[in-house]
Design a protein around this ligand. Structure first.
Ligand SMILES: [Zn+2]
Ligand SMILES: [Zn+2]
Length: 389
């Protein structure tokens, strides 16, 4: 590992910062303390700072001369879940937990920003983007819609995430689709209730809901190109109140994810046809709420190569995991790469098969990753904005 020595020397301070953020997690669009922490440190480092971009987002900017502009993005929000493990820096807020490592992302990007301000070994402009509300609330979209790239134009934007499924010390950047689109649905059906012994006098909502929930799997297996990746999960079904009454109303909900836009659109169209068709066949009224949430996260091929070269410089070519598969989880960094070409880096933090995945109550960001990620981000800036082109 070839860490940047000045960053490695700061490891204790970075760990302290990360644990402080971990102890004080904040939910999406409520990252007030975190944003103030970020803004303070950026100002101290010499960045010009804009706050309140996309509600609680922060952008720090630093120019060293004429050249392109690069954006580096971290997320700041925590999850609405209870931390499972006991540790001295355990969340002080019940039911709120940095279970996705965004505390570590925030500090890694701060460390890179501080170093860039000291070393100034780049020619151009760096915008460090600290976004709110990545966990399902679309803070990335909020920043873009709030004029992020109009106020802070970027030629390229890079994001990153910790990844327990990759061993510590490894990293991965894929060209093309890296993470999936994410859409949510709720299907509500209304029939006619009655006695369970006399189904002919009812219109059975439970039957129609169950049939629709099962039939939807046929959309993925029969209508989406088998070479494409798409997944539809009905994650909740609610109907009925007791065992001898046919229910008159109920609903199910879930998510659809896909790695390309064609599969996404195909699934959505078929979803309406299948659910509508079954409702008509069974004689229930149906309301479909289908909400397109996050787009596919697509890494620009050229920028993915540049990011990979920068990462190589720190972790070594043998530790770049090119075969790490794309994930069907979603990432609202996709809203940024829709607006500006970009790439997304995964940094391994796995310490064996037992390493808890992000969103696991036992998860914690690995502080040893802070100088690794920060060094990679600095090398990326130095390569993208070379002092001597
Ligand atoms: Zn997450
Ligand atoms: Zn995350």
């Amino acid at each position: 590992m070839r860490l940047i020595p000045e960053i490695a020397d700061r490891a204790d301070t970075l760990t302290e910062w990360r644990r402080d953020l971990h102890r004080h997690p904040e939910l999406g669009f409520k990252e007030v303390r975190t944003a103030a922490f970020v803004a303070d440190r950026l100002r101290q480092a010499g960045f010009s700072v804009a706050e309140g971009i996309g509600r609680t987002g922060v952008v720090g900017s630093l120019s060293t001369g004429n050249g392109p502009a690069i954006g580096l993005r971290a997320d700041m929000d925590a999850l609405p879940m209870q931390e499972g493990a006991d540790r001295p820096w355990k969340s002080a807020t019940p039911g709120v937990f940095h279970g996705c490592g965004h505390d570590g992302h925030t500090v890694a990007l701060l460390a890179a920003a501080e170093h860039l301000a000291r070393s100034r070994r780049f020619c151009g402009t760096v915008h460090v983007i600290f976004q709110p509300a990545e966990e399902g609330l679309g803070g990335g979209r909020a920043m873009v819609e709030d004029g992020l790239f109009d106020s802070f134009p970027c030629d390229a934007v890079f994001g990153f995430h910790t990844m327990p499924l990759l061993p510590f010390g490894q990293a991965s950047v894929r060209a093309g689709a890296a993470m999936a689109s994410f859409d949510e649905f709720v299907v509500t059906m209304t029939g006619r209730g009655g006695h369970a012994a006399m189904p002919h006098k009812t219109v059975d909502t439970a039957f129609a809901l169950a049939e629709a929930a099962v039939s939807l799997q046929g959309v993925i297996s029969r209508e989406v190109d088998p070479h494409a990746a798409a997944v539809l999960s009905v994650t909740q079904i609610h109907v009925g109140t007791t065992h001898n009454v046919v229910a008159d109303q109920g609903w199910f909900g879930g998510t659809v994810r896909a790695l390309d836009e064609t599969a996404r659109q195909r699934t959505e169209a078929a979803f309406h046809r299948v659910v509508g068709g079954i409702a008509a066949a069974r004689g229930v009224d149906v309301a479909i709420d289908y909400d397109r949430r996050y787009p596919v996260l697509v890494n620009d091929a050229d920028l993915a190569t540049r990011a990979e070269e920068a990462v190589c410089e720190v972790v070594g070519a043998e530790n770049v995991a090119n075969d790490f598969p794309p994930l069907l989880a979603a990432e609202d960094f996709a809203f940024m790469t829709q607006a500006v070409p970009g790439a997304y880096i995964l940094f391994g933090q796995g310490r064996g098969p037992e390493s808890p995945m992000v969103h696991d109550p036992a998860y914690d960001f690995d502080d040893a990753l802070l100088p690794v990620a920060a060094s990679c981000l600095v090398r990326l800036v130095e390569r993208y904005l070379p002092n001597e082109p």
